[in-house]
Design a protein around this ligand. Structure first.
Ligand SMILES: Cc1ncc(COP(=O)(O)O)c(C=O)c1O
Ligand SMILES: Nc1c(O)cccc1C(=O)C[C@H](N)C(=O)O
Length: 397
């Protein structure tokens, strides 16, 4: 037994989250792609069966009221809230992340213009996941703004009296770099602008502190570290003291103060409900609700501690096993700058990932040359990490 195998055994034995793995459907594949699609929680199939057969099949329309379907977006938002450091009443679940980026960015420009009508720039993280950039472009055209791309580290240099809104990713999807949410939020506020954070790669992986750091608006998906399933609905956070001024560009009837009043004129509901649009996707939404039960008794702090230990150990194993110079690490080594993934660059990354998957180690490939490995602390163990690095070294040899 090698030294690293022994170390993995010790780390697994001391892992306080180890028992959580049994709450997921897993096999002997090393699954390091939870930053794309989280694994299936054991509770989900049975819950969906009930939702379909009893709630839909037997109760039918009654489920909207008696079964709590109508209030699911806010109820599930409140279940996500503590995971991202938000008090209740500020998060609604629904629609895709892309749609919520649209609501948040247009809403942010409208908020900024209440006090600065001349503001006409939307600043966007230059390395953003593409959908955010595409939507910011469209939001800019609709609001008479221009988009200004910037590396997050240079953000303070471009902020000014013209900045209306700033859209940033908390963790970069490709490199795994964690951006400094507290200081960047403070810089945006000092310029009198409104910030929107995309939490897709941090929600459920590390502490976010939305309320603590005074974030205005945030969006995130639920199918990565929150394990809600393929295409599960996203979430939108609107800070409590901005809700009354939040003017959604998609004011569907579900966000109306009195939706069943069927009135021709629009009056926005109070609270987080104002972020809703139309009829929620109940099957996906209630699958997500069941998936979130794995968080009972788990703190985000414990998840973060294990996440850092997993990524540290993976880097240590890669360093020990992989021939020198064969890959270079794109993810920052400093804990304060690392999300819950490790990205390694190598010229033949596409082929390498195909061969890794054939050998039971699943990560993903991001164009043009990045191998991405995501570590979900609720179900990934240290022995698996050692095995992944060992197989990677064999494939690269
Ligand atoms: C940072 C980020 N934003 C947005 C998305 C996707 O948005 P949507 O849920 O609308 O597909 C992803 C991943 O798919 C992402 O990584
Ligand atoms: N949302 C996805 C999908 O529908 C299919 C495949 C992958 C995804 C992803 O989530 C990709 C992911 N956001 C990324 O960071 O690359």
């Amino acid at each position: 037994m090698s030294e690293l195998t022994r170390k993995a055994e010790k780390l697994d034995a001391a892992d306080e989250l180890a028992a959580k793995r049994a709450e997921f459907v897993l096999d002997d594949v090393v699954y390091l792609d939870g930053n794309s699609l989280g694994a299936l929680p054991v509770a989900v199939p049975g819950r969906l069966e009930d939702v379909v057969r009893r709630q839909w099949g037997e109760l039918r329309i009654r489920s909207w009221t008696e079964g709590g379907w109508w209030t699911a977006p806010e109820r599930i938002g409140d279940r996500i809230a503590p995971l991202v450091g938000a008090a209740p009443g500020q998060i609604v679940v629904g629609d895709s992340t892309s749609v919520n980026v649209f609501k948040a960015v247009v809403g942010a420009v409208r908020l900024a213009r209440l006090t600065g009508p001349e503001r006409d720039e939307i600043v966007v993280d230059a390395t953003t996941f593409p959908t955010d950039g595409y939507i910011a472009e469209s939001a800019a055209r609709m609001t008479g703004c221009t988009v200004r791309p910037v590396e997050p580290s240079s953000l303070p240099d471009v902020l000014g009296g013209r900045t209306a809104a700033v859209l940033l990713n908390h963790v970069d999807y490709r490199s795994g770099r964690l951006h400094d949410l507290p200081s960047l939020t403070a810089a945006v506020h000092a310029a009198g602008a409104v910030v929107v954070w995309d939490l897709c790669h941090s929600a459920g992986a590390l502490p976010v502190g939305l309320d603590e750091h005074g974030v205005d608006l945030a969006v995130g998906c639920t199918y990565k570290y929150l394990n809600g399933g393929p295409g599960s609905p996203a979430f939108l956070y609107v800070r409590a003291d901005g809700q009354e001024r939040f003017d959604s560009p998609l004011p569907g009837w579900n966000s109306h103060a009195e939706p069943f009043g069927m009135r021709p004129s629009y009056e926005a509901a109070a609270g987080a409900v104002r972020g809703r649009v139309g009829t929620p996707d109940i099957l996906s939404m209630l699958a997500l609700e069941a998936a979130l039960e794995v968080w009972d008794g788990v703190t985000v702090g414990a998840v973060r501690a294990k996440s850092l230990a997993l990524t540290d150990f993976f880097l240590e194993c890669v360093e020990a096993y992989v021939p020198e110079g064969r890959v270079s690490c794109v993810t920052p080594l400093a804990h304060g700058e690392r999300g819950s993934q490790v990205a390694l660059r190598c010229p033949d990354a596409g082929d390498v990932m195909t061969r890794l998957i054939e050998r039971g180690v699943v990560g993903d490939f991001r164009h043009p040359d990045v191998l991405r490995f995501g570590f979900t602390p609720l179900y990934v163990g240290f022995a698996e990490v050692e095995r992944a690095a060992r197989v990677l070294a064999e494939v690269l040899a």
